[in-house]
Design a protein around this ligand. Structure first.
Ligand code: 5AD
Ligand code: FES
Length: 370
């Protein structure tokens, strides 16, 4: 018994060292690493987890060498909560009759950008449900107008699965980046989180199309989603390692009361922070947000995210009147009347841990981009 623990520790120590040295591991090695983390983190006599601290230190060192202590800000404009999909985890899924649906007009979206530009935002993220009202023409028109008004800003889209032709038109209209979390790299797990109309294969097709069209692409997943295993997380890490996205969004799963996963437990904050460090080491140049979900699960989640290797925050720039209606999960932060100045709040929060928000498009600083 003792010997096998020792042996195991030996192997795992190698996994962490190897990740630091080579920036990649195979699936079994990621499983070892995650198991060692769970083991140390479960041990309540351990006030802090040595493995997590070691990897966070390395993650921060790498992030610091490339991006310093600058934190990029993305102004998130949640422009429609109407969605044709029925993802089992999501509060705005189509069969939730208890939410009030809304759609921002083009003028309202432009007003968000104007306000955001004055506040110092240089990236706008248009995020919405898969809302058929936003045809390629309508969306391209909005993108073209933003592109013409703010030539120095990046435009990021997060509007789900569309055709190659649609992605092509939106790119041509002026969109630079696209966020589409892969959600889970395992097709069977994907099936447990989504209805039959949605497939892992189409998700992958979308990610490849986006990459081929020259978008900077963001992938990602929820930590602790229902039925997720350590093996699944290892598969997510291997997928990210192979796909090499410019951006990775991860956050804890948080149950929404109007979904079939209402009674499932939320994902773990320490595990999310650990994964942020692992992802930073694997992809040193990646743009890695400390997400709103992390800030929802822990009042200091986003600050802790920076200390684990993150370098992006995404404050809400949506009209205050609509913020409560974009509730993907329960108790989402930054939705109250008092939080119109999300950016100011985050600037202050980042300062408390020695980081500063910057007014910059915040492109990925891969060596090729230099
Ligand atoms: N908890 C945490 N994250 C969620 N998302 C959707 N629903 C939830 C939830 N209940 C995430 C998904 C999606 C992104 C926009 O928000 O990963 O891709
Ligand atoms: Fe949104 Fe504090 S970050 S209100």
């Amino acid at each position: 018994m003792e010997m096998s623990t020792d042996k195991k520790l030996g192997i795992n120590m190698n996994a962490a060292d190897k990740l630091i040295r080579e920036h990649k591991l195979n699936k079994d090695e990621y499983i070892d690493l995650l198991e060692q983390f769970e083991c140390e983190n479960m041990d309540r006599t351990n006030s802090s987890c040595g493995l997590a601290n070691d990897l966070a230190a390395e993650a921060v060192r790498l992030r610091q060498a490339i991006y310093g202590r600058d934190v990029y800000v993305r102004g998130l404009i949640e422009f429609t909560n109407i969605c044709k999909n029925d993802c089992y985890y999501c509060g705005i899924r189509k069969s939730n009759p208890h939410i009030e649906r809304y759609r921002l007009t083009k003028e309202e979206i432009l007003a968000c950008c104007e306000n955001g530009y004055d506040l110092g935002y240089r990236t706008f993220v248009l995020q919405g449900g898969e809302d058929g009202y936003y045809t390629d023409e309508r969306l391209a028109d909005i993108i073209r107008t933003i592109r013409a008004s703010y030539p120095d800003c990046a435009i990021t889209l997060s509007v789900g699965e569309r055709s190659y032709e649609s992605y092509r038109m939106l790119r041509e209209a002026g969109a630079d980046r696209y966020l589409l979390r892969h959600e889970t790299a395992n097709p069977e797990h994907y099936r447990m989180l989504h209805p039959a109309e949605l497939s892992h294969a189409n998700r992958m097709r979308c990610l490849c199309d986006l990459r081929n069209l020259g978008y900077q692409v963001g992938a990602g997943f929820m930590v602790g989603s229902p039925y997720q295993t350590m093996e699944n997380l290892a598969e997510d890490l291997v997928f990210l390692q192979e796909f090499q996205p410019e951006m990775v969004g991860i956050g804890p799963f948080i149950p929404h009361h109007d979904t079939q996963f209402a009674d499932y437990p939320a994902g773990s904050v320490p595990l999310t922070l650990f994964l942020l460090s692992v992802i930073r080491i694997m992809l040193p140049y990646v743009l890695l947000p400390a997400t709103t979900a992390l800030g929802t699960m822990d009042p200091l989640g986003r600050e802790k995210g920076m200390l684990a290797g993150a370098n992006v925050v995404m404050p809400n720039l949506s009209p205050v009147k609509n913020r409560k209606q974009y509730e993907l999960y329960d108790n989402k932060i930054c939705t109250g009347e008092e939080t119109a100045e999300c950016r100011g709040c985050l600037a202050h929060r980042m300062n408390t841990v020695g980081y500063q928000l910057v007014s910059d498009r915040g492109d990925c600083k891969t060596p090729e981009n230099q």
